[in-house]
Structures are given as C-alpha cells and as structure tokens.
Design a protein around this ligand. Structure first.
Ligand code: SAH
Ligand code: SF4
Length: 383
C-alpha cells in the first residue's frame, strides 16, 4: 500500500482528543459554556480515558447531546488489531478516527521491558499497582505513518513516507494502551519510547505537542520518555531549546563507527554526518545523571566487528558526553539484504565497549513471534 507522500493529514477536525485544556476551554466558551467545562472535558479525555462523549458524566446530558449534535466526538485513535507474543509483548495496529481502513500505525506494549531505559536511573525500584501481571512496562509509540529517512536495514523505510501523525494521534496511542492495561498514573512504572514508525524530528511540532499533552494532561513524566532520532540536526537543535519540564530524554541512532559505514546504511548521514549530530547533541542541557543513549543495530559483517566497537568507544569518548550504548541485534525482514549478527560477535562487541568504559546494554528481542521489528507487523498484515 503506497499513498501519495504529499498527502497531509488528516487527523479529524471534529475530534476533541488532542486538544489541550486551554483549547477545550475555548471550545466550551464558543458554545456559551463556562471555560471550566473544558477542564472537565480534559479530565474525561486524558485522566478517565473515556472513548465516547456519553461517558463524560461530569458534563450535563444536554451539553453532551449538544456537542454530539455539533458533530464533536472524542476521536481518540483506536486499537484495531492486537497481536500477543508469548513473552507478554503486545503489538497493536492503531487507527485514527479519520483514517481509511488499513491506514494504521504500530504501537507496542512491553511489560517488564528491556526497552532502552536500562542504566539511566529510570529503572529504580518503585511500587506498581497491586494485582497487575507486570511491575513495569514500556509503550513504544509511532510518530509518522511510514518514514522518509530510508535507512537500509529498516522495515518502516520500505513503507515510504505516508503522512505525519497529529498530536492527538501520537498521544492517543499512549492513552489507548494505558486504558487497555488499566495503567495508574503516578503509581505504575510506565516508560514511553518514541521509537515506533517514523522519524519524530521530521514531525517536530506535532511530536512535541503530543509530549506536552502527555505531560500536562495525562500526567506522565518527561524523564520517563525517550525520543529516538536518526540524527536530524535541525530537530536536535530545536529540541535542545525545549524546557526541561517538557523534554524527554534523547537517543541517537548511531548504528555505525564512522561516516563511511553510516552513510552506507543510513543515507541521511550524507546530509548530517556524525560530527554535526554530536555537535547538536552537545547543546542539550542534560539533567543530573541523565545520559544520551546511542542506539546501535548490529548488522552481521557490516558494523559488528570488535575493532568497530573500539572505534565507537573512541567516537563517544571524543564527544565528551555522558552516554551509554544500547545494542540490538538486527531484526530480519523480507527483502532486506542484511544478516543477523552471530551471538558471539554481539557479546564480543558489548564486552569491548564495556572494557573501554562505555556502559552498554543489549536489548532483548521482544515479540519475535509476532514480528517485532519496526514496521514489520504492518507489512506482514497488510502484505
Ligand atoms: N526514526 C527514529 C525512531 C524509530 S526507529 C530513529 O531511527 O531513531 C527506532 C530504532 O529502531 C532505531 O534505532 C533504528 O535504528 C532501529 N531499527 C530499525 N529497524 C530495525 C531492525 N530491523 N532491527 C533492529 N532495530 C531496528
Ligand atoms: Fe525511519 Fe528510524 Fe527506520 Fe531510519 S530507522 S527509516 S529514521 S524509522
């Protein structure tokens, strides 16, 4: 399925989900209602996670009827298909209210996830809600339908760029999954990673608007959120200016020890080479104990040699940033000409980084049996 790349969304003009508390207040006032009714609406949408106007019982029935008559709806994205892995991972196809059937993005729920937050302080013990089958969880969120960046190893790249998601469509993935698993804000240990389909920094305004909704209205902490970018320098520069109260942690998809290898697997490197990315990253005002994550997809015979681990370590030391490396063995996909690295090579790579003083973590493959690689599920289902 290939759509016109220039097609802009979308979203759903009648959707209330995605509006801030202030915008909801303005909507109410435009109907001649007091502005504080907007707060009640926000409570319903983002805290009680209602998915129909009729369920917002703090609003009078005539008002709910009136909103519906004006064509307004909650309009939160819906989980339209669920795939459950034996390891507890759940993968969803999520669809916005204005989407044609089949225009979906992927969202992933990883209970007890080794999801990239290891070793950065976010994994300190904290009580999770009683009686839940998990003590912590991570939701992996998409930012675009498809992706324009064209990394050679990535399945999402094969979809091409279809469109940007709206703030409501990005935040809505999180709220829909939180509702499904009855996540309690402030009680359960929930992390978000913006590492699903798409390049968040090529949809910067909508991505950051979604983060603000998730912080301000849903009540999640930006210190439990990580955004991953392939190295879009203007995006990183804007990100460095965001106030700490709305700034997630930053991960960079490094994936190579030098520009030559990186340009071969990530053509975007020709536009923004490693040094320019590191320069932009160095402008981010890190919080105490915060580190930059460098993600590294190991491709057999391409970037997984021990000597390359040494090169990565030197590169990171030279950058002089508090950093850690998250390694992940490449998840294979149809029509992609790479091979999964041999397990001993993976271990040697990690050991070498550690010996060089670079904290490194190997991400467990999640949901292998349900096609866990980025973009893989959508391509498998919609074939
Ligand atoms: N576009 C952003 C975020 C989404 S991709 C980015 O590239 O950073 C999230 C991560 O998944 C990236 O680090 C990417 O390198 C990695 N990735 C993509 N395809 C993969 C695959 N087949 N196996 C393992 N990791 C993959
Ligand atoms: Fe896009 Fe990230 Fe995939 Fe590269 S790795 S094509 S930036 S989703």
């Amino acid at each position: 399925m290939q759509l016109d790349a220039s097609r802009e969304p979308a979203g759903c003009p009648t959707a209330l989900f995605g509006l801030t508390g202030d915008q909801l207040a303005a909507e109410m006032e435009s109907l001649g209602e007091p502005g504080w009714r907007g707060r009640q609406l926000a409570e319903g949408l983002y805290r009680q996670r209602v998915d129909a106007l009729s369920a917002i019982t703090t609003l009078s029935k005539p008002l709910r009827t009136r909103l519906a008559a004006e064509g307004r709806q909650v309009g939160r994205p819906r989980i339209v298909q669920v795939f459950q892995s034996v390891d507890g991972t759940e993968r969803y196809l999520v669809q916005g209210p204005a989407d044609q059937p089949g225009q979906t993005v992927e969202t992933v729920w990883m209970p007890e996830g080794d999801d990239g937050e290891s070793g950065d302080g976010a994994d300190q013990p904290q009580e999770s809600g009683e009686g839940k089958p998990w003590t912590r969880a991570t939701i992996c969120v998409s930012s675009q339908v498809g992706c324009a960046v064209n990394c050679q190893f990535c399945l999402t790249a094969k979809l091409g760029f279809q469109r940007n998601l709206t703030p409501g469509e990005i935040a809505g993935q999180v709220v829909a999954v939180m509702a499904r698993h009855a996540v309690e804000v402030g009680r359960d240990r929930l992390n978000l990673v913006f590492m699903g389909m798409g390049e968040p920094f090529l949809n910067y305004d909508n991505f950051m608007a979604a983060v603000r909704l998730l912080v301000q209205e849903v009540g999640l902490s930006p210190q439990r959120m990580t955004v991953s970018t392939s190295g879009i320098v203007p995006g990183i520069e804007r990100f460095a200016l965001e106030p700490a109260e709305f700034r997630p942690k930053l991960a960079i998809s490094l994936n190579a020890p030098n520009d030559a290898v990186r340009a071969q697997i990530m053509p975007i490197n020709r536009k923004w080479p490693i040094e320019s990315v590191l320069e932009a990253v160095s402008r981010v005002n890190l919080r105490p104990r915060e580190r930059i994550t460098f993600e590294y997809v190991l491709l057999g015979g391409v970037n997984d040699a021990e000597g390359q681990a040494l090169e990565v370590a030197r590169l990171i030391r030279r950058a002089g940033l508090p950093a850690k490396v998250n390694l992940i063995a490449w998840n294979p996909g149809p029509g992609i000409p790479y091979v999964t690295p041999h397990p001993p090579a993976v271990e040697a790579f990690r050991t070498r980084l550690a010996a060089e003083g670079i904290p490194s973590y190997l991400r467990r493959p999640r949901g292998r049996d349900i096609y866990a690689a980025c973009g893989q599920l959508k391509r498998t289902v919609e074939g």
